[in-house]
Design a binder for this molecule. Structure first.
Ligand code: SF4
Length: 406
């Protein structure tokens, strides 16, 4: 794995009406012809993604959106797509020309403010038309204290002021990677990772959450021992000192919780990621709501990516079976996958989301918020499996702030 995954990059979304110069700006900043540009309005019809190292911010992912403000049928489809980008943007860039304030900009700024999204404003094509003082005053009144001027041939200046503005508006904590597990172990400590190698394990490699856990432990000067599910007890018996933390895959949590000595702190990859990317409290409360489920209730299984479902697929088979066994009857299970998230969340008694390793934190949080707005409890696969297997209390012990919810 040589490149930083998209889900770990700062996602910078470019918004503006058709022909506001978004694609030209993206090409200017990246120094490449990433996006097709044309004087014909609406050239960008899909989201264009471009990953780059934008020092000193680090790895970023630009999201060039289709233009707003086109009233045709195709235009409204483009707007729908562009609108979904708000769910995953860490920062919004509003692009407009010097005479370009109108309904589209009002709508974009309203969405930015509603979501409390850090935002930067770029006035494009300033080689053709400079903004008037009145126009700059208007932007100030709309909340943009400073504005970037962008014109072809001025890459260095534009890039420097763009980076300075991003650093000004993005909260400092967003630019520092929070620890995945490093804060749970002492410096120089030991972590034991239990990694099942079953039919669903990808050939020849570990999956992203396992790789991230190893890297985070190393970043915190810890030693990492990785074993398969049948080897963790012999490994524990061989160690002179017990590990400071044991982490297992949620599918074997019941076994780990039963067999590991109670004085050794243990948790699951899902719980670590629920804390890192989502909101462990909300997801734990969601798991507690499984107690109120009754046969016949509707449950939504939400997966963040589309993949070929195996016979014993976790979302389509294992989780539904585990929930139905727990409630003692049949549930109505719906499954959604990828970036489609149903609008009718209110119909469900519970949402069980996958770990969302392909999503960034902003997108996971927007899904949690949508569930909260619909007043539907939400949990994730791993937290739900730990709950129904009776192990959740034990694997939440390293997190005293949520341990008492169960
Ligand atoms: S956790 Fe979600 S996003 Fe990650 S591989 Fe599984 S289904 Fe896809």
């Amino acid at each position: 794995m040589n490149n930083t995954p998209k889900s770990l990059r700062l996602q910078i979304a470019l918004f503006g009406r058709t022909n506001a110069g978004k694609s030209t700006f993206l090409n200017l900043v990246t120094g490449q012809d990433t996006a097709i540009t044309s004087p014909v309005a609406g050239t960008t019809t899909d989201i264009v993604e471009k990953a780059m190292e934008l020092l000193p911010l680090g790895p970023v992912l630009f999201l060039d959106t289709p233009g707003f403000g086109d009233t045709t049928e195709l235009g409204s489809k483009r707007m729908e797509r562009a609108g979904k980008v708000f769910d995953r943007a860490d920062v919004a860039v509003l692009l407009l020309t010097a005479d370009g304030w109108g309904d589209a900009e009002e709508m974009l700024v309203a969405e930015i403010r509603k979501r409390n999204l850090p935002a930067v404003c770029v006035v494009t094509q300033t080689d053709i038309r400079k903004p008037s003082d009145d126009f700059l005053q208007l932007l100030k009144e709309k909340g943009f204290e400073s504005v970037i001027f962008s014109a072809p041939g001025e890459r260095e200046n534009v890039l420097n002021s763009f980076k300075a503005e991003l650093l000004k508006v993005i909260p400092a904590e967003r630019l520092i990677d929070p620890p995945l597990l490093g804060d749970l172990i002492p410096a120089g400590g030991t972590v034991l990772l239990i990694v099942p190698i079953d039919l669903q394990a990808p050939k020849g490699r570990l999956i992203l959450p396992q790789v991230q856990a190893i890297r985070d432990a190393l970043d915190h000067e810890a030693s990492v021992i990785v074993v398969r599910e049948n080897n963790f007890l012999p490994m524990l018996a061989n160690l002179k000192n017990p590990p400071d933390l044991v982490v297992c895959d949620s599918q074997i949590v019941k076994r780990m919780a039963a067999e590991i000595p109670p004085e050794i702190p243990c948790t699951t990859f899902s719980i670590l990621f629920a804390r890192l990317k989502g909101d462990l409290k909300t997801l734990t409360e969601g798991a507690a709501a499984i107690q109120s489920l009754k046969p016949g209730d509707k449950v939504l299984i939400a997966e963040a990516c589309t993949h070929h479902a195996a016979d014993d697929d976790i979302g389509r088979v294992k989780i539904p079976n585990a929930l139905q066994k727990y409630v003692g009857g049949t549930l109505q299970i719906d499954v959604c996958a990828g970036r489609d998230y149903p609008a009718n969340l209110k119909e469900y008694k519970l949402i069980v989301h996958c770990g969302g390793c392909m999503f960034n934190r902003a997108e996971i949080l927007s899904r949690l918020q949508a569930a909260k707005d619909a007043n539907v409890p939400i949990t994730n696969y791993g937290v739900a499996l730990s709950f129904v297997s009776g192990a959740l209390k034990q694997v939440l012990k390293p997190f005293p702030s949520v341990e008492k919810i169960i």
